[in-house]
Design a protein around this ligand. Structure first.
Ligand code: HEC
Length: 125
């Protein structure tokens, strides 16, 4: 009887720990998600690829990296890249900025998206 109570307690704690770990943002995990972006984006200032440098992204105005040929849609979007707006854009790039030319379908898993935005908050300040 005692054993069963103890087992229940341990299982309960493990369950709670698991649930909170799964819902927390994890920048380390986000760095892995960012691999999908690296083909086109650098975090180094002034280093452009297929896409603009994401250096200084958080708080930046959309379409403003000097020397990058943005689409007219992105130039006109007038978005501040807050974590909230980034989440919306990265979940569905074409839906959030219609006509923008980023050839990326979006980050579909909610945890991946949260972790990615947490990572960018640290790495792309
Ligand atoms: C196939 C290349 C490609 C991939 C992969 C890609 N991007 Fe982009 N990204 C672009 C291009 C091109 C633009 C410019 C869009 C425009 O001008 O319409 C862009 C624009 C952006 C912008 C707006 C930048 C600004 O200066 O306003 C952000 C933010 C961004 N990408 C983040 C990401 C992240 C994060 C990922 C990974 C989840 C990613 N991108 C994956 C090509 C890519």
């Amino acid at each position: 009887m005692k054993k069963q109570v103890l087992f229940g307690l341990v299982a309960g704690i493990a369950l709670m720990a698991g649930v909170s770990a799964a819902s927390a943002q994890d920048a380390g995990e986000g760095e892995k998600v960012f691999r999908q972006c690296k083909a086109c984006h650098s975090l180094d200032a002034g280093k452009k690829g297929v896409g603009p440098s994401l250096h200084g992204l958080i708080g930046r105005q959309s379409g403003t990296v000097e020397g990058f040929a943005y689409s007219p849609a992105m130039k006109a979007a007038n978005i501040t890249w807050t974590p909230e707006n980034l989440s919306k854009y990265l979940a569905d790039p074409k839906g959030f900025v219609a006509g923008n030319k980023m050839a990326f379908a979006g980050v579909k898993k909610e945890d991946d998206l949260k972790n990615l935005v947490a990572y960018l908050g640290e790495a792309a300040k």
